[in-house]
Design a protein around this ligand. Structure first.
Ligand code: FMN
Length: 343
């Protein structure tokens, strides 16, 4: 049985929910050697900055158990080269393109939005808030709801009305729901989570930090439970807001887990480094899994775990789809099992 895999990012329809994660497929050219980029829901670019950036010194990647630490530091040729060469290449091929942007000041994000607003081929803009705010002692925007909201509202105000603005959140905060809510109040049409939490590794041979930058962002399967928890909490608090779930997705089952938590789109990052076909494989596995569970539409699985108490045992669609007549149908539970006291 085939499953209707269509999904929506605000009003924008995607043919299926699998996208690349920012920074893990550059601007798509390398990946296009392996498959037609139109077969995935969308290509999310690496974060584009105003000026070209060389990135951080090496070593800037280190493997950790079930994870990868990176301190690449938004390497890229800047907005001019992106608009001259990379975006037209994607637009020419009709690839659904989510342009990720990064900046050091609210004005820089705004300037990027101004450059992108009339550019053909921008499906959505994803605001990478995991950048240090140089006007606030390098405090990362994503860790401060007010600063994050200021960035989002400046991008929203300058971006064409029909291009959704997505706020990408970091898990390194005391209250992800508060930051998510601030971003939505600031005008975000959708949310993406999670960016990499900050980690560190020390080489016990050289007795030095493994990364030149000392700390780096942790990605890969190690962070998936963090991503599931963030998606779960935000979906419960803001059930109408589309969520892109990102973090440690290697298989269709992993994508399904994020979807059950509340994601309607799933980003694939680190998996691409050892399997360039990962997006297509994950899409196929997800579709097979949904079909085997009796789902006719992906949309029916989004957030479904919220309608059922925790517990074991195999469930199929007929068992798990909420009964519209049942009390509380449509109301997202508050996530009481995640209260501080039970952690
Ligand atoms: C090498 C590398 C570069 C990344 N660059 C970006 C970036 O430019 N912008 C961004 O928002 N996230 C960036 N990320 C974070 C990913 O988009 C994603 O949120 C994170 O890696 C978790 O997903 P994963 O476990 O599937 O990799 C990067 C991650 C890695 C590993």
């Amino acid at each position: 049985m085939s499953v209707d895999m269509r999904t929506y990012l605000a009003h924008v329809e995607l043919a299926n929910p699998i996208t690349t994660a920012a920074g893990c497929a550059s601007s798509g050219r390398e990946l296009s050697q392996f498959f037609d980029l139109n077969r995935i829901g969308a290509l999310v670019t690496r974060s584009i900055t105003m000026a070209p950036r060389a990135g951080r010194p090496t070593p800037r990647m280190a493997e950790t158990p079930s994870g990868l630490l990176n301190a690449v530091g938004l390497q890229g040729p800047g907005i001019d080269a992106f608009l001259d060469r990379e975006l037209p290449w994607l637009a020419h091929r009709g690839v659904r393109t989510v342009v990720s942007i990064g900046g050091g000041t609210v004005n820089e994000y705004g300037a990027l939005a101004r450059r992108l607003t009339d550019a053909p081929g921008v499906t959505a803009v994803e605001v990478n808030l995991a950048c240090p705010n140089i006007e606030d002692r390098g405090r990362v925007f994503a860790r401060d709801g007010a600063a994050a909201a200021e960035v989002v509202s400046s991008v929203r105000a300058l971006m064409r009305y029909d291009v959704p603005v997505i706020a990408k959140l970091s898990p390194d905060v005391a209250d992800i729901v508060a930051v998510a809510r601030a971003c939505v109040d600031g005008g975000a049409d959708a949310l993406s989570m999670i960016n990499t939490p900050v980690g560190m590794s020390i080489d016990t041979e050289t007795l030095r930090p493994a990364l030149a930058a000392v700390t780096g962002g942790l990605s890969g399967p190690a962070v998936r439970p963090l991503a599931v928890r963030c998606v779960w909490q935000v979906y419960a608090a803001l059930p109408g807001v589309p969520i892109i779930g990102v973090g440690g997705v290697l298989t269709g089952r992993d994508a399904f887990e994020l979807i059950l938590a509340g994601a309607c789109v799933v980003g694939v990052g680190t998996a691409l480094f050892h399997d360039p076909y990962a997006c297509l494989r994950i899409l196929r596995e997800l579709e097979e899994l949904l079909s085997a569970r009796g789902f006719q539409r992906l949309a029916d699985a989004v957030g479904l775990a919220h309608h059922h108490p925790p517990g074991g045992g195999t469930r199929h669609r007929a068992d798990v789809l909420p009964d519209p007549g049942a009390p509380g149908f449509g109301a997202a539970p508050g996530g009481s099992d995640l209260e501080e006291s039970s952690l």
